[in-house]
Design a binder for this molecule. Structure first.
Ligand SMILES: Cc1ncc(COP(=O)(O)O)c(C=O)c1O
Length: 419
């Protein structure tokens, strides 16, 4: 079974994994394999592919942009696709975000946000270096992003290299006060030390699709505001309709100081990250002093083709009934999950917009639980792509998925649980 592939795949233990499946083509909710299977992509290929694979309008926009202007240094130069995209993102985002910084991925969007928050306090002449985060959070695999994420087997080798972060207990249902009290205690003990609180609004994705109420998000945001601590909303997974609204923060009426976007930004076609910032933060760097420059870039910052893909994806939002599709997925999830709620094989059956999750009661739990790999294999036999997080099975489909395709996913989960 083990696969000594020359390619080193992400989050893959090659000593245990089956050989990677060759995909030759993708369209709508399906991935087509070299050996003739059509696999239903129930997790939007790691949560990026919002409209479905191969949307022709996005593919066309990419081809046209590639033939016109593929890339230009973004320091001192600009171009229409990025200018237009920035204006559109700011129009869509909660009011109070005024500037956009482009980067390459979710992790880089987070790194940029952390650097902006800490850099802002530095430039204000009141240095604050400590960050607060939520237990079970995941923000990416670069060093800064790792530091603010849940510590565990994934980052154990690097633990001593990660900067110190104060973690708030995850707001379990009915125990939300504990999280708020922990934040209050930190801010009372060291009122001028914390630069920012970073969190995934409403749903902690890789940490196990853990969900919490918008009211708690609002309370945390209010506490940050009252105590002059920046709020960084990592909407890398929750953004672009995932939770039922364009951005999860909307459901709490919260405007963060910094917002991180990626994944669905280009409709799942190309890597791109964006960090949206308030004028307050931008202003701390805005000066006639070169030392206050935001010293951050990557070679492909503001890439023209990725910008064109993102604009084309936003056009799809405007020209197709995307919100109706999202609502229909939400309704189907609710219906099928209702049928699983009393089932002894499942626990913590839950939903937020287009995201559905449940836990399989098994002898082993946690990320390394065998039951997750077993379910993934069983699903693949039925030509469904699922990738449970340990014993947490979740469905996070592209918005083009049909009701009958979604039903098939649930049937397979039920069959796998039975087996
Ligand atoms: C909430 C969140 N933030 C950041 C990231 C990192 O994004 P990327 O894998 O594009 O670096 C992820 C990836 O899953 C994520 O879910």
């Amino acid at each position: 079974m083990a696969d000594r592939s020359p390619l080193w795949h992400p989050f893959t233990q090659h000593g245990l994994a089956d050989p990677a499946i060759h995909i030759t083509r993708a369209e709508g909710a399906y991935l087509y394999t070299q050996d003739g299977h059509a696999i239903l992509d129930a997790i939007s290929s790691w949560w990026v592919n919002i409209h479905g694979h191969g949307h022709p309008a996005i593919a066309k926009a990419i081809a046209e942009q590639a033939a016109t202007l593929e890339q230009v240094i973004f320091a001192g130069f600009t171009h229409e696709p990025a200018e237009r995209l920035a204006r559109r993102l700011l129009r869509l985002a909660p009011p109070g975000l005024d500037h956009v910084f482009f980067s390459d991925s979710g992790s880089t969007a987070v790194e940029v946000a952390i650097k902006m928050a800490v850099g802002c306090w530095h430039h204000r002449g009141k240095p604050r270096r400590k960050i607060i985060a939520l237990e079970h959070g995941y923000h990416g695999d670069m060093f800064g992003a790792m530091a603010v994420g849940q510590r565990g087997p994934f980052n154990a080798a690097y633990e001593e290299m990660l900067f110190e972060v104060a973690f708030l207990p995850f707001p379990e249902k009915g125990a939300e006060e504990k999280t708020l009290d922990a934040l209050k205690a930190l801010l009372n003990a060291e009122p001028d030390s914390y630069a920012a609180l970073i969190l995934e609004p409403l749903v902690l994705g890789a940490g196990g699709m853990k969900m919490y109420a918008p009211s708690l998000l609002k309370d945390l945001a209010d506490l940050c505001r009252q105590n002059d601590v920046f709020l960084i909303a990592d909407e890398v997974m929750t953004g672009f309709g995932r939770t039922g609204t364009m951005f999860a923060c909307e459901q709490a009426g919260v405007t963060p100081d910094l917002m991180c976007l990626s994944k669905g930004l280009t409709g799942g076609f190309l890597p791109m990250g964006a960090t949206l910032a308030s004028a307050d933060i931008y202003d701390a760097f805005y000066a006639a002093d070169r030392a206050k420059t935001f010293f951050h870039s990557s070679s492909y910052t503001g890439n023209a083709i990725a910008s064109a893909a993102a604009n084309a994806s936003l056009d799809v939002w405007e020209s197709e009934p995307v919100m109706e599709r999202i609502a229909a997925i939400g309704e189907r999830h609710a219906k099928r999950l209702a049928g699983l709620k009393g089932d002894a094989r499942f626990a913590n059956v839950r939903q937020c917009g287009t995201i559905a999750a449940l836990e399989l009661r098994a002898h082993d739990a946690g990320y390394f639980a065998n039951v997750g790999a077993t379910v993934a294999r069983a699903a693949l036999v039925a030509d469904i792509l699922l990738r449970p997080l340990g014993n947490v099975v979740y469905v996070l489909p592209p918005y083009c998925i049909s009701q009958s395709q979604l039903d098939k996913v649930y049937d397979v989960i039920e069959d796998a649980a039975r087996a």
